[in-house]
Design a protein around this ligand. Structure first.
Ligand SMILES: *Cc1c(COP(=O)(O)O)cnc(C)c1O
Length: 398
């Protein structure tokens, strides 16, 4: 069998290999601590589950319009108005099987061979591969740790060519947790408008923010940038609904309808009970989130402090999401059992095999000097895990 060439263009998600190793170790009775989770460790709130159960009981189990039921589109429109100062019609919203699916629909609707897509690194693993699957070219632009991993308009401008079609913005970011202020976004928006470049604004971690930070939506600044922006969000992170698969995109009618046409030939609507549960999630009380954020913040503060107290390691304090992204390059060149640690992949293997801690190497996010740890796990695990990591780092030598 000859598989299509596009299969070779992409790689499996970098978390998968570690994840399967961890699962095997756990099955073998080994006490391994996992920092790999890309999802909140809290349960979906009960009132959301109840809405899905009610929908099932009422027989809401059939096809719906491709882009989502009107009730959900209206709940999304209300949310965008309430939280993001954004006004969209039903025709300007598409509900997909997760924000990841919305992003893919957008790539399908826009990209062709020769198009360039600017992706700041460190980046979420799926961006480059979705671009590659659609024949376009990801242009990876590194950000600086000293600048909180945020791209400046000057850095963006240098990467722009005649072929640039889209700029992907992710704030708060996975994997760094860094987030752009309104003023920083305004600088980027001005340049995008001037150069007429589309913007994918991935705001999935919008609600997971600390210390009073508020995530502004770039599309809300003026009609010009609204015209160029597609805003992505969903239920996965804010409502701990990763497995339910509800994400959405909001943008111009022309683009959103093109994406809807594509989705109509690929998956049709997302599952119907999830849509009804999502209506409840968006319209219901958001109070549960306060408790989650208090817990996340406690863990973030602990883990950032623990990393910064390891000699040679630096760890920026994230404004959002539930990841830390320490620079561990001080460990590179050191040895254990005769093996030299050359990069983040080697360090991940070392930590897993010798310290029984699973982290994700930065290589998969375009930042090999770093590792990613998710703190969507209990404080107990975090304390134990950080003790193990600190000890393991100390045991490395030249
Ligand atoms: C989790 C995540 C998503 C989307 O997840 P879905 O479950 O597909 O909605 C999108 N972008 C980033 C950066 C993420 O971390």
């Amino acid at each position: 069998m000859k598989l299509a060439e596009r299969v070779k263009r992409i790689k499996p998600s970098p978390t998968i290999e570690i994840d399967s190793k961890v699962k095997q170790m756990k099955a073998d009775g080994i006490d391994v601590i996992g920092f790999g989770a890309g999802e909140p460790d809290f349960d979906t709130p009960d009132f959301i589950k109840e809405a899905a159960i009610t929908a099932l009981r009422q027989g809401k189990t059939k096809y719906t319009p491709v882009g989502g039921i009107n009730e959900l589109k209206d709940a999304i429109r209300e949310k965008l108005k309430r939280d993001n100062d954004l006004s969209y019609s039903r025709e300007e919203i598409l509900v997909s099987a997760g924000a990841k699916h919305s992003l893919y629909n957008a790539c399908q609707a826009l990209l062709e061979a020769g198009d360039e897509v600017i992706i700041p690194a460190p980046y979420w693993v799926s961006y480059p591969d979705q671009v590659l699957l659609n024949d376009a070219k990801p242009i990876i632009v590194p950000t600086r740790e000293e600048n909180g991993f945020r791209l400046t308009p000057q850095e963006l401008e240098k990467a722009i060519t005649k072929k640039t079609k889209v700029f992907i913005l992710n704030s708060p970011s996975n994997p760094t947790g860094s987030a752009y202020s309104r003023k920083e976004l305004e600088g980027l928006a001005e340049l995008l408008v001037q150069k007429n470049i589309l913007c994918f604004a991935d705001e999935i971690y919008e609600k997971v923010v600390y210390d009073g930070f508020h995530q502004a939506s770039i599309a809300s600044f003026n009609p010009q940038i609204r015209e160029l922006t597609l805003t992505f969000n969903g239920a996965s992170k804010a409502y701990s609904m990763t497995g339910w698969r509800m994400g959405y995109a909001a943008g111009t009618k022309e683009l959103v309808q093109a994406m809807t046409k594509i989705q109509g030939q690929v998956t049709s609507n997302i599952n119907t009970p999830t849509q009804w549960a999502s209506v409840e999630a968006l319209n219901g009380s958001q109070d549960f989130l306060k408790g989650w954020l208090i817990e996340f913040k406690k863990r973030r503060d602990f883990i950032v402090k623990a990393f910064n107290s390891i000699p040679g390691v630096t760890c920026t304090n994230p404004q959002g999401a539930f990841y830390v992204f320490p620079n561990v390059s001080a460990m590179f060149g050191k040895k254990y059992s005769g093996k030299t640690i050359k990069g983040s992949d080697d360090l991940a293997t070392y930590l897993l095999e010798k310290a029984l801690v699973a982290i994700v190497p930065g290589s998969g996010f375009g930042a090999d000097r770093h590792i990613r740890l998710s703190y969507a796990t209990s404080m107990e695990n975090i304390c134990k895990g950080m003790e193990r990591i600190t000890k393991a780092f100390k045991e490395l030598s030249y």
